[in-house]
Design a protein around this ligand. Sequence first.
Ligand code: NAD
Ligand code: TYD
Length: 368
Amino acid sequence: MITSGQKSNRSQEPRSPRKILITGGAGFIGSNFVHHWHETYLSDRIVVLDALTYAGNLNNLKDLNGSSQFRFVQGDICDRPLLDQILAEESIDTIAHFAAESHVDRSILGPDAFVRTNVVGTFTLLESFRQHWLGRGKPKDDRFLHVSTDEVYGSLSENDLAFSETTPYAPNSPYSASKAGSDHLVRSYFHTYGMPTLITNCSNNYGPYHFPEKLVPLTCINILMGKPLPIYGDGQNIRDWLYVGDHCKAIDCVIHCAPPGETYNIGGNNEVKNIDLVAMLCDLMDELAIDLPVHPARQLITFVKDRPGHDHRYAIDATKIRTELGWTPSVTVDEGLRHTVQWYLTHPEWWQPLLSPAYQDYYKTVYA
Ligand code: NAD
Ligand code: TYD
């Protein structure tokens, strides 16, 4: 939903329902976005395409079962005939493209899947949508929004200014390099073909439905299980944290209000050192959880070998989206983390099945 204070073109003219394809809609941010869109735009058709990799989870979407406005398709964004079929069958006019391999540590262990899905998959989706858009006479309200990351800009030192939309790309991990490649392809489809593409580059998200390999959910779940909380290196690395619901509202705002061809940085202006973030989560768990196996939870903090090529600091300058489109985050990091901790405490049925033997094997490989 576009919150009060955000500029909206919908106040001047009635909004026509959209037929939106959400790729990666069974993942963390994608599923939050599906819920946001479904609750906000009751007349819209929502089609989710997701390969259901280890990170995709149909439980994230179970609230939508039975909705006549919603369809789930299990499939791969590299599968061109499938893409062509869905776009035609559903007369799709809007794509929100979340599908990706998203975890930096996994990209270090095995970059192949990252190049395949993030680069080749995005290219395949762009080509399919281009043919579909051309065939329908290039409708001016169509949109292809590509969801990307601030990691494409590389690493900042403590004294550098935050990333703006004109910061040169300098990706350092196979993950960020593959996202940078996909950003360039999306940009080229606007400049070469006039296709109505948009790119958003967002900082680290946290919130419900976050797969427990990322720092925030891993910390919450390990505290509940009394397991060590691994902090890479000295824990002084800085990330700029944004509550996932605010990210979803920003993407909504860009789809509805931004001119095609634009790029927007999205961030919460919440720079926190990793060690401080984990300490905050420990304190929240001490306060909110009953009968923790280890109390106070800070005793579980364990410094481990650093991630190779670990970027020191990310920080987003979100001036452009604030001044041009009127988006600002609505959730403070204190509120967002409290809500997130409460969500993991009250949803063990969501995260316990994810702690499978395969997950445990992966966990041992990374934290050996
Ligand atoms: P995620 O790993 O939780 O979800 C990715 C989803 O994509 C999964 O459901 C998975 O099954 C699906 N998928 C993977 N490969 C696919 C393929 N070949 N075809 C179809 N579906 C496939 O990721 P996330 O954290 O929700 O991130 C979503 C997007 O947002 C990504 O593009 C990521 O780069 C970007 N992003 C993430 C963050 C963050 O903090 N998590 C920040 C900024 C940008
Ligand atoms: P992560 O959640 O993997 O996101 P990203 O690498 O995309 O920023 O990691 C966030 C930060 O936390 C990053 O600096 C790496 C660090 N980290 C740890 O210290 N320990 C962990 O167990 C994990 C998963 C991450």
